[in-house]
Design a protein around this ligand. Structure first.
Ligand SMILES: [Zn+2]
Length: 488
């Protein structure tokens, strides 16, 4: 079983990303979300039993259309896209434990049907006529916003027809008060504050029931509602991945152990689905709601919105191929505030690489290793108070950064620690006054950098740790190749 692991005595920590819509290959925005989630997962793995889930959302009209236009069946198309997304595990060095695909009939569909039936039993799913503007050319319902100034379909330049079809609806309105209470009490902690207040003001406008299915005619590519001519709409399908993947509807034991999620990490554009619709579904099914919802912002490229027509879309693979995985991870975690919008530019990446990584971290590590290379350092004794205080300061800031979803601040704390190490070396001038005490302090700096950098830059951490050879109470450091060589 993919989702079964040894039950350890540690506290569990279940984190998810959004599942990516499988209509195109991943771009730098996807990379941002995966790297953020990976850093959080790695950080918590040090003390908790982490389960980290990601995956792809593979149903719906849009995918069907893109597939048809590339003369593929939808299934062949999503198989290809899912494969590309899965390749990011290696190419971004992600540590996720499981990858869920919504077309997976064995793993995902049982959960979808299980929760549908719960909602139905609860009386929260009911049939109602749905009225919408239907474009025959597009073969889909358009909203007022989709129409051009003349009120026509912008593609077909024709007035859409007012069509009525019978759909299943979900009684979202019933859960308005309960969701507000969950958010206001912090039982479902929505961060950052801007997203939290957006959700609360959305709730204050009042919730209406939502359409929960589509006719098979309009959306044929999806999970069918049993004994009906309907397809389950995205809410009842994609959102359910967070519980279906861990066994809801097929492996109650694993599900009970892992649910509720400690963190759903998502983009702020889908905050309402996750902080309103999803918890309402869970409440209706008698399940717990997620503990935290973290939303990240948008990423621009050289100050501009990414778009196919401008031709500035950066693939999720490209920067890591050019600069290395850890430099990319460093950039997105440091330069882009986790809880806000940010920009990607190769110029900035080059700057960060040279200044922070090559001349900062890389230089400190090789400088220190040069000073203590080959020494046999007794590690049964603690480093000096001065160094221990620096460690304490860093630890507190790192903890706070991860807790509040301000990963850029956690990472800054690690780099301030490196700076403190540099100041220490300049102060003590160990090339003049060597002492066992100073060597032990320098080693403590390296050990803690190796440890604290791991969630952000796992490969770099591994390299630093490889320089520190332990035997019983002693460590004999040895030199390693430059971590971040400078290109000419
Ligand atoms: Zn149209």
């Amino acid at each position: 079983m993919e989702t079964k692991r040894e039950i350890k005595n540690k506290k569990k920590f279940y984190i998810t990303t959004a599942i990516a819509y499988a209509n195109a290959a991943p771009h730098i925005g996807h990379a941002l979300e995966y790297i953020q989630a990976d850093a959080i997962a790695r950080y918590h793995r040090k003390k908790e039993d982490v389960w980290f889930l990601t995956g792809t959302d593979e149903h719906g009209d849009k995918i069907n259309r893109v597939a048809l236009s590339s003369e593929k069946t939808a299934k062949v198309f999503v198989d290809e896209i899912a494969k590309i997304f899965k390749a990011l595990k290696k190419d971004l060095n992600l540590s996720y434990d499981d990858f869920i695909r919504t077309t997976d009939k064995k793993k995902h569909w049982p959960g979808v049907y299980a929760i549908w039936n719960k909602l139905l039993k609860r009386g929260d799913i009911y049939l109602k006529n749905y009225q919408g503007l239907y474009c025959v050319g597009c073969e889909k319902f358009l909203t007022e916003k989709d129409l051009n100034e003349e009120g026509n379909c912008p593609i077909h330049k024709k007035k859409p027809e007012l069509v009525e079809e019978q759909n299943y609806f979900f009684r979202l309105s019933r859960y308005e008060g309960k969701i507000r209470e969950l958010i206001e009490s912090g039982k479902m902690d929505v961060k950052p504050a801007a997203t939290r207040s957006e959700i609360l003001s959305f709730l204050n406008q009042g919730l209406e029931d939502i359409s929960f299915s589509r006719s098979k005619k309009t959306v044929p590519w999806g999970i069918p509602v049993k004994d009906s001519d309907q397809t389950i709409y995205v809410w009842g399908d994609a959102l359910v991945n967070y519980i279906s993947a861990i066994g809801y509807g097929r492996d109650e034991e694993t599900f009970k152990r892992l649910w509720p999620a400690e963190v759903h990490l998502i983009g702020k554009d889908i905050a309402r689905f996750h902080a309103v619709i999803w918890p309402a579904m869970l409440l209706s099914a008698g399940l717990k709601t997620p503990k935290k919802i973290f939303t990240h912002g948008y990423i621009t490229v050289d100050g501009e919105k990414m778009s196919k027509s401008i031709g500035n879309v950066i693939s999720a693979f490209e920067p890591a191929k050019k600069y290395g995985i850890d430099p990319l991870r460093y950039y997105v975690l440091r330069e882009i505030p986790s809880d806000g919008d940010g920009d990607f530019s190769y110029d900035r990446l080059t700057e960060r690489y040279e200044r922070d990584l090559a001349r900062g971290l890389g230089n400190f590590v090789s400088r220190t290793l040069n000073l203590i290379n080959g020494e046999k350092i007794d590690v049964s004794k603690a480093p000096s108070k001065e160094v221990r205080d620096e460690v304490k300061r860093m630890r507190a800031r790192v903890e706070k950064g991860f807790d509040e979803f301000r990963l850029h601040e956690a990472l800054s704390a690690v780099f301030d620690f490196i700076k403190a190490g540099d100041i220490y070396v300049n102060d003590k001038q160990p090339w003049k006054n060597k002492s066992v005490k100073i060597s032990r302090d320098l080693l403590a700096y390296l050990e803690h950098i190796g440890e604290y950098i791991e969630p952000f830059m796992p490969e770099t951490s591994k390299k630093i740790k490889s320089a520190l050879k332990y035997k019983e109470d002693f460590c004999t450091p040895k030199k390693i190749d430059p971590l971040f060589p400078l290109q000419k």
